[in-house]
Design a protein around this ligand. Structure first.
Ligand code: GLC
Length: 635
């Protein structure tokens, strides 16, 4: 049962697709107040209640004991003391003494103090007083999730090949380098379906261009790669380079499609190409225009994209940089003491993603000028919608791979997400795991983290353990930052261990794909916390290092260095399965805690008693998989 409450006249985000009668605000089920233009609501929790939700966010599956923010943030340090990542997923659910979910459909900042200030109180502060509020009542967490998911519409389903293994790096700048990556995988006998083109494929970082010195005859190159069974996936950034003669910029400028300053001139910020205009994706005509630009690449045979920097990330605004440079010049020759030096340093550090800059940007919503602060969290989602609407119109469903960095609930209907610039840290294996069920609750099924970690140097064992989790994530992509150690599997010693892991992925694709489709069609989750399935089992309720997968499995990646396995908790008798290349080893295990040995080339998995999962033969590409002839592992 869902009850909708409307406060004021909210900006329409299109997150919810089901129609609801609006309830009387007198019946609002929470204690609430308005304070300085903000709306504050709160609820009590008992010690054993669990609070789930917030999708892509820092920390645990149980969100208690911290304070979070809904504010799409370009922040490459995903440490546990952060309060926001790239997404704003405003769904929260309490399970225990009471069972309910809430969705706050509001595109600006929200603070969620979940037992941080007062242990047994959740206090939510909405930075405004105009929003839609959905209260979802159910007996069990999964019922609440399904009811909510039904209201926001069916989750995006990518093409089948998007379940293959994908290799990325910032950057493979030219055809020769891309060829060498494919060659490296082929020679090592490691399956591969996609290679990514990061920003350097473009001409001077200009969206919808290809540098023809690096990729002479791009269309022919794309088609040759497709003959090899490889999909090339270019990146598209939110900002459009300011350059006379660059048609995308000129069209945007001449038609008034870019976001504005308060005085109506174009807001100008700096990103990869230098100064850019930011398309006002909140406008339907701008979305149609920007969406149609993808045609240049789809005409060349491209059938997958990743949308980036769409929080939006702004390295500096032209105005902000000018001020900072003036300050620096005025200090030239001075003897800078502690406070003057750090003030100058902070001025430059504060240039990126500055709150003042965001406040100075204006959009046009329903013909009216609206400050960016009021709609910040739907900017990226609308960029993705621009692409998604175009793809659906031109190609129909399930044809184009699309995922985004920034997102808001609603974007799950046209795209997946990746979890942004993580690190090659062991702790990020678990962070990846914990975000999966939370993202699923909010409709994002096609998701995954940069396997091996994006920032800093990865070790061989970290990449292997990360991949062993990635075997199960719908998006299985290895991606690494500029300047870091090579992270392609064939670049590490004994690459056969990597082959063993990735072959397991290909063997599991029929199972993973059908589990994915079913979850999308039935508004279900692929990954669930153990507490969903075993609500009366204290250890299961507290477990944050294992997940239930589909109706059959439990997954439990190894997440520490220099260990030969891990402790795992079985909430019931199950079959332990170790998969490695073509090898399958099974062992019945009883309810309780066990230490399991897991070598670096093995993928651990548990199957519930009486359930079975299919395996196909492995192949070098998804297009070569024989999904008809299956063998089964029986639990
Ligand atoms: C951003 C993206 C990252 C990409 C880089 C260069 O940091 O999150 O994935 O590699 O930009 O485009």
């Amino acid at each position: 049962m869902i009850k909708k409450f409307t406060f004021g006249t909210p900006i329409c985000t299109e997150a919810v697709v089901e129609k609801f009668e609006t309830s009387d605000n007198k019946d609002f089920p929470f204690k609430s107040r308005e304070e300085d233009g903000k709306f504050v609501l709160e609820f009590d929790m008992t010690d054993s209640d669990i609070v789930y939700g917030l999708g892509e966010a820092p920390r645990g599956i149980n969100k208690r004991g911290w304070t979070y923010e809904s504010f799409c943030s370009d922040d490459p340090f995903h440490t546990e003391t952060k309060s926001a990542l790239y997404a704003a997923h405003n769904f929260l659910m309490l399970s225990g003494s009471d069972n309910f979910g809430i969705f706050i459909d509001y595109p600006a900042r929200i603070r969620w103090d979940i037992g941080y200030t007062a242990k047994n109180k959740t206090v939510i502060t909405i930075d405004g007083t105009e929003f839609d509020f959905y209260y979802i009542k159910g007996d069990k967490p999964i019922e609440i999730v399904k009811e909510f998911r039904k209201s926001i519409g069916k989750s995006y389903i990518p093409p089948f090949w998007a379940f293959g293994y994908q290799q990325s790096r910032w950057s493979y700048p030219d055809a020769k380098t891309v060829d060498s990556v494919i060659d490296g995988y082929d020679k090592a006998g490691i399956p591969l379906d996609c290679v990514y083109l990061d920003i350097d494929y473009m001409d001077s970082y200009k969206d919808f261009t290809v540098d023809d010195k690096k990729f002479p005859d791009f269309a022919e190159y794309v088609s040759k790669k497709r003959e090899q069974g490889i999909h090339l996936i270019p990146i598209i950034d939110a900002g459009v380079k300011k350059e006379d003669g660059y048609s995308v910029y000129e069209e945007g400028r001449d038609n008034g499609y870019f976001c504005k300053n308060e005085d109506g001139t174009d807001f100008e910020g700096g990103v990869w190409p230098g100064i850019v205009g930011f398309p006002d994706f909140l406008r339907k005509d701008v979305r149609e225009w920007f969406g149609s630009k993808y045609k240049v690449l789809t005409d060349a045979g491209i059938d997958g994209f990743w949308n980036d920097m769409n929080e939006p990330a702004i390295f500096y605004s032209v105005k902000g940089l000018e001020k900072a440079l003036d300050k620096a010049v005025s200090l030239k020759g001075e003897n800078l003491d502690l406070s003057k030096f750090f003030n100058l340093k902070d001025t430059f550090l504060g240039l990126s993603n500055s709150p003042d800059d965001y406040s100075s940007i204006y959009h046009t919503v329903d013909g009216k000028q609206v400050c960016h602060d009021r709609v910040h969290n739907i900017y990226g989602a609308n960029m993705t919608k621009a692409a998604g609407e175009y793809f659906a119109k031109e190609f129909g469903e399930e044809k184009i791979l699309m995922f985004s960095r920034a997102s808001y609930i609603g974007a799950h209907r046209s795209s997946g997400i990746w979890f942004g610039d993580n690190h090659s840290w062991w702790s990020h294996i678990l962070l990846n795991l914990k975000m999966l069920p939370s993202a699923n609750m909010c409709g994002f099924l096609y998701c995954g983290a940069d396997l091996g970690g994006f920032n800093e140097n990865a070790t061989r064992d970290l990449v292997l353990r990360f991949l062993a989790l990635g075997v199960f994530t719908p998006l299985m992509r290895n991606h690494a930052a500029l300047g870091t150690r090579d992270q392609e599997c064939y670049n590490f010693e004994n690459s056969e261990d990597f082959r063993d892991i990735i072959e397991v992925r290909y063997r599991l694709i029929p199972y993973l794909y059908s589990t994915f489709r079913k979850a999308s069609e039935e508004n279900d989750m692929i990954f669930r916390p153990l507490s969903f399935d075993y609500p009366d089992d204290k250890i299961a309720r507290e477990c944050e290092t294992q997940l239930m997968l589909g109706d059959e499995c439990m997954i439990c990646p190894v997440y520490e260095q220099n260990v030969g396995g891990r402790y795992v908790y079985l909430p019931e008798d199950m079959t332990f399965v170790k998969l490695s290349g073509t090898k399958v080893v099974t062992e019945k295990m009883t309810k309780g805690t066990h230490y399991i040995d897991v070598a670096l080339n093995e993928v651990p998995l548990f199957i519930k008693n009486g359930r079975k999962i299919p395996l196909c033969k492995t192949a070098m590409r998804t297009s070569q998989l024989d999904t008809e002839n299956l063998e089964y592992i029986i639990g």
